[in-house]
Ligand binder design. Structure first.
Ligand code: URA
Length: 438
């Protein structure tokens, strides 16, 4: 754009602050001008805070999402000859579901283009987990990605910088201005990238609980409904599952240990909650892809999903048979009393794994692939005093005391209690709390 700008950032901020009406053109300009670095970080911070405090109409969120998409490239898999379906999780502790899920769905002849990220803070990134496999490469060109989708069916790789660049700047700004939690901003951030990626359909895993962005079911529902509507408006068939993130998923939290657990699921075993969520999301994805009647569990039992996993890892130069790294130092924590494990807090376990080196404090940091927490019990299990609860692993022993501090109040051993979300007994409840459709 050259010459005089058509709007003034201060007017746009005031309109959002006072809710006096934000025109579509003004909103589009704000996003574009921020990406061009005409609108400053200070001005965008004020705007983001006004969005957090006042919310936005659905129509405004749609314009915001479109404006973010328009700042970058749009991919297309139209020439692939197979339908595409993707999954996105809002992020949780021990959330390795993408790893078994992508090959499982692809084993039914559907293409799964999974553009993923690295972790920041207490939730791990899918790419960090896969990079614990010797040789595995996250960066693929668009042509490599299309070829792998055609030949193998599943690809998990790094999102290039060309998709919704406005989101990259805005997300980094939100991270340091207390504005991450705004539903319009989360919804437009996630959906701009997924719509630009060009998938035909999308299943969202919206997490709720102590280890998630959303701590209460009402907010998680609002986020899920907003994103499902954005998908529908853009021609991407979208459904969402709202799932529990009060407790970590599975028994492994880290990187290499999460890959190991994913391979157990692909071999027909693995923890019940990881299998349950993998199968539930696979059913949703296959339904959207026009394959509602297939036997999902059979592909885990008979090795079809494992075959796709091995081909997917090899296609990206990884060795599926290589030994995964193990931590140099370990420390096991035991139960102080006997009873039932009624609570095992996802946030605390996520922080412990992060402090052990499984996550990064700054984007430029490396992760320790072997570091993490291995859980020996799950909520609902009976424990006796002295029984191992968790084993902490790190490459550097000096990290263990701070991780232990994070776990000081991480669990409760008492009489069985009920879920705060749906009042069902903890041991008997399903991980999927709600399903949201357009
Ligand atoms: N994931 C994203 O990509 N964006 C958000 O705002 C939150 C989670």
């Amino acid at each position: 754009m050259s010459g005089v700008e058509p709007f003034d950032a201060v007017d746009v901020i005031r309109a959002q602050r006072d809710r006096t009406g934000l025109s579509e053109d003004a909103l589009r300009w704000m996003v574009d001008a921020y990406t061009r670095e005409y609108v400053t970080d200070a001005q965008m911070s004020a705007f983001a805070m006004a969005v957090l405090l006042n919310g936005m109409e659905r129509s405004e969120i749609r314009v915001l999402t479109d404006a973010m998409i328009a700042t970058g490239e749009r991919m297309s898999f139209a020439g692939l000859g197979k339908t595409t379906v993707d999954k996105h999780s809002t992020g949780g502790v021990g959330d390795k579901i993408t790893l078994p899920l992508a090959p499982l769905v692809a084993s039914f002849g559907v293409a799964v283009p999974q553009l993923s990220g690295r972790g920041l803070g207490h939730t791990g990134g899918t790419l960090d987990k896969l990079e614990s496999i010797p040789g595995w490469r996250a960066a693929l060109s668009n042509d490599e990605m299309s070829a792998q989708l055609r030949d193998v069916g599943a690809v998990i790789c790094a999102a290039g910088s060309g998709l919704a660049p406005a989101d990259k700047r805005l997300y980094a700004l939100r991270d340091v201005t207390g504005t991450v939690e705004a539903v319009p901003l989360i919804a437009s951030s996630i959906m701009s990238k997924k719509i630009a990626e060009g998938t035909a359909s999308l299943v969202l895993d919206v997490k709720v609980g102590s280890g998630a962005f959303m701590h209460d079911l009402g907010k998680a529902r609002e986020l899920a409904q907003t994103m499902v509507a954005l998908g529908a408006d853009s021609g991407v068939s979208t459904t969402a599952l709202i799932t529990d993130m009060d407790t970590p998923l599975g028994r492994a939290v880290g990187n290499a240990n999460e890959v190991r657990e994913s391979v157990e699921v692909l071999a027909g075993g693995g923890p019940a909650d990881v299998v349950e969520l993998t199968v539930a999301l696979a059913r949703e994805m296959l339904t959207l892809a026009g394959r509602p009647d297939v036997d999902v569990e059979a592909a885990l039992r008979d090795g079809r999903a494992m075959d796709v996993w091995r081909a997917m890892i090899r296609a990206q130069d990884g060795d599926p048979d290589a030994a995964l790294p193990t931590p140099r130092e370990t420390h096991t924590v035991t139960a102080a009393a006997s009873g039932t494990l009624t609570r095992l807090d996802a946030w605390d376990v996520g922080i412990a794994a992060w402090r052990l080196g499984a996550g990064r404090a700054r984007p430029q940091d490396d992760v320790a692939h072997a570091a993490g927490v291995q859980l020996h019990v799950k909520p609902g299990d009976t424990v006796v005093a002295g029984q191992p609860i968790a084993t902490l692993g790190a490459d550097d022993a000096s990290r263990i005391p701070r991780a232990l501090e994070a776990l000081e109040n991480a669990w409760t051993i008492a009489a069985p209690e009920r879920s705060r979300h749906d009042n069902r007994p903890l041991a008997a409840r399903s991980i999927v709390l709600e399903r949201i459709t357009a």
